[in-house]
Design a protein around this ligand. Sequence first.
Ligand SMILES: Nc1ncnc2c1ncn2[C@@H]1O[C@H](COP(=O)(O)OP(=O)(O)OP(=O)(O)O)[C@@H](O)[C@H]1O
Ligand SMILES: [Mg+2]
Length: 209
Amino acid sequence: MIELNDVSFSYDNKMIISNLTLSIKKGEKIGIMGESGCGKSTLLKLMAGLYRADCGTVMVDGESEPEKISRKVSVVMQSPMLLPLSIYDNITMGHKYNPKQVEKVVKMARLSSWVDTLPDRIQTYIGDRADELSGGQAQRIAIARAMYKDSEVLLLDEPASALDSENSKSVLDAIMEYAIDKTVVHVTHQSKHLDGYDRIYVLKDGVLK
Ligand SMILES: Nc1ncnc2c1ncn2[C@@H]1O[C@H](COP(=O)(O)OP(=O)(O)OP(=O)(O)O)[C@@H](O)[C@H]1O
Ligand SMILES: [Mg+2]
């Protein structure tokens, strides 16, 4: 499902990923840990088709062109990007209309009790409220968005970093339940978030160990 073959990537002249090879089968759950700044987010962005490798090949769900890869994966980035739209539109992002599915992902991302307090509920416009959202609320909208896209591949970059431990457990459990048949790559500093994962790597010196 995900194949990285001899992949290297640098910012300017700073080598971040160095001849990295990795093969992930459909349905596997892979954890990636490592020191801050070692390149975990960069590696995830390569798998998400957001960056193009300097050399080597990245193949995800049958695609090797970054733009095509990005259409095939669901990603929760470390700092979620919200748009000046309603919560509903931030979750659906122009994908097909399915209010039942929105309701479902809002519940799974543990957004319901907060959304129910807002004046226009799910239709509340975030543009006016962007500064009023907590990091955890923004993160849960990003999780609901990734679930709504419903790709075969789910890439998670510290998806629960802004949540308290009770909420993060609840949201991560919901993600794992949702993603039972999906291929998951999860970057985190907390090994307890990777309980039950098939493999856990540490990224160091540009390679996975
Ligand atoms: N757009 C960029 N341009 C130049 N350098 C960058 C860019 N993004 C990241 N870097 C640098 O590349 C290195 C790897 O960054 P990256 O964000 O991948 O690390 P990380 O492992 O995700 O760290 P953290 O655990 O803190 O999130 C860091 O030294 C960072 O400063
Ligand atoms: Mg990072």
